[in-house]
Design a protein around this ligand. Structure first.
Ligand code: AMP
Ligand code: GLY
Length: 428
């Protein structure tokens, strides 16, 4: 089988690497990819932008690609699946209509209300004065979110009312997050512990991947500004077998049926960001129409089933019913190494040292890297994700940090406590 992966981040490196591990896969093209994908066996980067659907379709045809798998949300929300369908090319990912579950938070909220999926109570505003009145009325803590795509950064969990009002003012009256912030969702704060729950869907059947948990705040102890994700591990102990069953019954199954009822059957990866209450009740924080990044890195490293075959079955009509996924029982933990300053201003072009070392059961996935004159350099905020697999989570964590400690560039920055919640849980 020949595959095309669309995207260039850590998630796409993990997808391409996972596909390439299958003996049934002959070649993987990545558009545009990164220096990490370029270095993998059987994998070739092709310099095509993720937004250029015509060029991507041309590439898929030219290289006799059997299946295209889309990594990031932007092309999905913009309708890459519909474009490939119209060209008669197999593409794994939700349609433009279904991808609105990520592309518009207000659309997702209405979908959940319609189909009885548990989530935080909310109101949507385009007018600042009305938003301020609602926030003052409702009290804190309260959460203010830009409606559109903002790369995981358009959400403010406000401890007090004034912070919430100022965030809403910035978005509705000050132009923060541009177009994405012209509409604002204000929702109740959900107490509990977060988990990431990803499934692969064929339109009728949802097959869950191993659970995971990421750390969105930039600093140790879950402090500082929100980011796209600073590290993740799998499985997430908060997703006990009982919680897993509730997630499937109360969230995933109603979503599958609801999407069919609404005329937009969901095919692709679906990522539910969840809050699990202290009583073990899951509620949806957000839906994403793709795999998580960095969740994909520790989850996919544990997958023993053939992901390419699964994606193909999902789109070619064979379907995923009666399929069971196989996993490496050992936990995995990934630490994101960032360029100092991320998620605000950061430098690019710094030479990265220490990439070549080889540690068994550790893997370095590239994200924001580029090939410079003297070798590989930083080229984004989240630069690398270093994953360790171990007999238990503590061992996976030690291995990831041991590998990370051998990597250097000017102003490297990363959290030192990825996995702390799960480890606290384990030690009682
Ligand atoms: P989102 O982009 O919607 O996933 O939000 C980013 C982060 O903000 C989430 O991962 C949570 O940590 C936090 N968050 C969002 N909504 C809520 C909520 N209603 N209650 C508590 N925390 C939230
Ligand atoms: N790690 C969060 C996300 O992929 O949205």
């Amino acid at each position: 089988m020949r595959l095309l992966v669309v995207g260039s981040g850590g998630r796409e490196h993990a997808l391409a690497w996972t596909f390439a591990r299958s003996p049934a896969v002959e070649a993987v093209f990545v558009a545009p990819g990164n220096p990490g994908t370029a270095a993998e066996d059987k994998v070739t980067n092709v310099d095509v932008d993720v937004g250029d659907f015509d060029a991507l379709a041309h590439l898929a045809r030219n290289r006799a690609v059997d299946l295209t798998v889309v990594g990031p949300e932007a092309p999905l929300v913009d309708g890459i699946r519909d474009h490939f369908d119209a060209c008669g090319l197999a593409c794994f990912g939700p349609s433009k209509a279904a991808a609105r579950l990520e592309g518009s938070k207000s659309f997702a909220k209405k979908f959940m209300a319609r189909h009885g999926i548990p989530t935080a109570r909310c109101e949507v505003f385009t007018d600042f004065v009305a938003a301020e009145r609602y926030i003052r009325d409702r009290g804190a803590p309260i959460v203010v979110k830009a409606d559109g795509l903002a790369a995981g950064k358009g959400v403010v969990v406000a401890r007090d009312v004034d912070e919430a009002v100022e965030s809403a003012r910035g978005m509705l009256a000050g132009g923060d997050f541009g177009e994405a912030g012209r509409r604002v969702v204000v929702e109740d704060f959900l107490p509990g512990e977060e988990a990431s729950f990803t499934c692969i869907l064929d339109g009728e059947t949802a097959l869950p991947f191993a659970s995971s948990q990421d750390h969105k705040p930039r600093d140790d102890g879950d402090k500082g500004p929100n980011t796209g994700g600073m590290g993740a591990y799998s499985p997430a102990p908060v997703v006990t077998p009982a919680v897993h069953d509730r997630i499937m019954a109360e969230i995933v199954e109603p979503l599958v049926r609801g999407a069919v009822a609404d005329g937009m059957p969901y095919q692709g990866f679906l990522y539910a960001g969840l809050m699990v209450s202290p009583e073990g009740a899951p509620k949806v924080v957000e839906f994403n129409c793709r795999f998580g990044d960095p969740e994909a890195q520790p989850v996919l490293i544990r997958l023993r089933s053939d992901l390419a075959a699964l994606c193909l079955r999902a789109v070619n009509g064979e379907g995923l019913r009666d399929v069971a996924l196989e996993w490496d029982a050992r936990p995995a933990l990934g630490v994101v190494l960032t360029a100092g300053g991320y998620p605000l201003d950061y430098d690019k072009g710094d030479a990265i040292r220490g990439l070549d070392a080889d540690l068994p059961d550790a893997k370095v996935f590239h994200a924001g890297t580029a090939t410079g004159e003297g070798g590989i350099v930083t080229a984004g905020g989240r630069v690398l994700c270093v994953v360790g697999v171990g007999a238990d989570l503590a061992a996976a964590q030690r291995l990831a940090y041991r590998r990370a400690s051998g990597i250097h560039w000017r102003r490297i920055a990363y959290r030192r406590d990825i996995g702390y919640r799960a480890l606290q849980r384990a030690s009682g």
